[in-house]
Design a protein around this ligand. Structure first.
Ligand code: 8IG
Length: 274
């Protein structure tokens, strides 16, 4: 993935949306993907129309980029992401986020569904990511560095800055949606963890376990963007939960949390874009 390919995708976004710049990007995680469809005035562009964008294979919808402009401040909403466990190379996993940053997005909101491993977490909790632990040994920056995108050795001491989390907490208070905070550990998947792996992650300091978000956060930070991470705990991680994990449980919890998630984003996004 070269700077030229990303620049071509960013040019297509500008052309198709008619908006020369966007300030905030939101990536919608599994079970949360239909948020943008209900946004008034959203301009929808299928990923398939954007050069270089990976088109998700599994889910019902193939991936859509939306442009919305609350208070005339354009925001990109990316519905549909691809994962490393599907076999996608990391440059494709981070392609949409990198394009969004090239479009001007200095803030990237990454949402996901995740397993809860930390004490006091319950299914249905919304958790702001305070920091991450990469347990995969994979990194989207491996390979030649393009200095136009960012530095060879980017600093990762504040990927998820405290002021963005504070803004989210305040938006949550206004919307009546309580938010917790935690550390997110990236596992490759697609099998869920064993109970022993969940205990390992807990001892390393993780509260959340998941299969996404971290590569996008690394790529966004590489390009100088600031990241807000929001996890929906759709299941307690293996061994913490008394019952086996199931995709049905995940989908049902996501369904139940949808209205809180929507209320949070409605309160937060205009603020972030302002
Ligand atoms: I949803 O328990 C969801 N995604 N690694 N573990 C990991 N990813 C997840 C989990 C989980 N739940």
């Amino acid at each position: 993935m070269s700077h030229d390919e990303l620049a071509a995708a960013a040019a297509a976004v500008r052309e198709r949306t008619g908006r020369p710049t966007h300030t905030v990007a939101v990536v919608l995680g599994s079970g949360l993907g239909d948020y943008a469809a209900i946004l008034p005035g959203a301009i929808a562009v299928p990923y398939a129309d954007l050069p270089g964008f990976p088109v998700p294979r599994v889910e019902g919808h193939g991936g859509t980029l939306y442009s919305v402009a609350p208070q005339d401040r354009p925001i990109l909403v990316l519905s549909g992401r691809v994962h490393t466990y599907e076999g996608w190379p990391l440059d494709k996993v981070v392609f949409a986020v990198r394009t969004a940053v090239l479009c001007g997005c200095g803030i990237v909101v990454l949402t996901n569904a995740a397993g809860g491993a930390g004490d006091g977490l319950a299914a249905g909790d919304l958790v702001l990511i305070r920091d991450h632990i990469n347990l995969t040994t994979r990194n989207p920056l491996v390979g030649a560095n393009d200095d136009r995108l960012g530095p060879r050795f980017p600093d990762m001491s504040a990927v998820y800055p405290a002021d963005l989390r504070q803004m989210a907490h305040r938006a949550g208070e206004r919307a009546g949606v309580p938010l917790k905070e935690g550390i997110y550990a990236w596992f490759l998947g697609p099998s869920y963890e064993t109970p022993a792996e969940v205990q390992m992650a807990r001892r390393l300091g993780a509260d959340l376990v998941g299969m996404s978000t971290v590569p996008e956060a690394i790529a966004a930070r590489h390009m100088g963007a600031r990241v807000l991470g929001i996890s929906l705990v759709t299941n307690l991680a293996a061994g913490i939960s008394p019952v086996p994990l199931s995709h049905e449980e995940v989908q049902q919890t996501a369904q139940e949390a949808r209205s809180r998630f929507t209320a949070l984003l409605d309160a937060l996004l205009p603020e972030l874009a302002a």
